[in-house]
Design a binder for this molecule. Sequence first.
Ligand code: ZN
Length: 323
Amino acid sequence: MGSPMSRRRLFGLGSLGAMAAAMGGCTFLMTRSVKAVDAAPPPPPPPPVSVRVSRGIRLHMIQTGWVAVKREHRAFNGPPALRLPAIMASRNWTEWMPITAFVIEHPEGLIVVDTGETARIADPGYTACDSMTGTFYNRNLQFVVTPEDEIAPQMIRLGLSPGQVRQVVMTHLHSDHMGGMSSFPNARVFVSDAARQGHAGALMCRLPSGVAYAPVTYAERNVGVFANTMALTADGTVYLVPTPGHARGHQSVLIVDEGKSLCLVGDAAFSLDQIQSGEIGGIVENHADAVRSVGILKRQFDAFGTIMLPTHDPGNASRLGGA
Ligand SMILES: [Zn+2]
């Protein structure tokens, strides 16, 4: 697919045993033509948003392109067993949503949280780690990502060196979170053990070689409402917290300093609205875990007023404005 702006219609995620089971009898749906996103092609992503969190910490929010999904992918209120067939059958697309990555500028070094999407997503076969995964992405997701939208060139334009990134946290291994993983050759990379074994929709064939994985080990130590946490910095301001459900081993990052807190939520919820209402997304690998994780995020929000920053929430920029 030639131009990097070319729009690729990609269909979906799925663990693929569960997805195959859910799809049994619904195969005909996969051959149906599907309506493209109604809206016009999206504009270039807005420039990064950079805020001072505390005396020592700055946070940069970088939009690495756009994604549209089926409406039933973003939220599905029917029986969990029907969510995948509903996504496959749907002809209703969401609006274009941002694909966000974050860089925490911390006195102990740069920490990247999720690496966004790559322009390679437009290459035929990029998502075809196996035929089911490739088919799901191709039919149920649409992306617009240019090379200039990728995380590394945007960091360089901000004056931040990818080579100096000390830690990379992967909330999970869906395509739109792992596209820039190869840009940080000197970082330790935190992927949960469960995610490293693969999860629904993970692009395991696109994991770069030579990654220095770091172990993820949660300790029983309360931070906010989270009972199990892993400190990423010696000064006790940046923590990994478990938020499984959307994907096995999904994790989020909590920043706490000077009485403020921010949570980089990944895909544990698509929006702050979902956290507040308890609405569960349609792409969920473990429904009970997802309900628990969204409940914990809501308790954290209610108790501490934590600024919640889901990967695909267009409201992040205005909430960060008040950070
Ligand atoms: Zn995801």
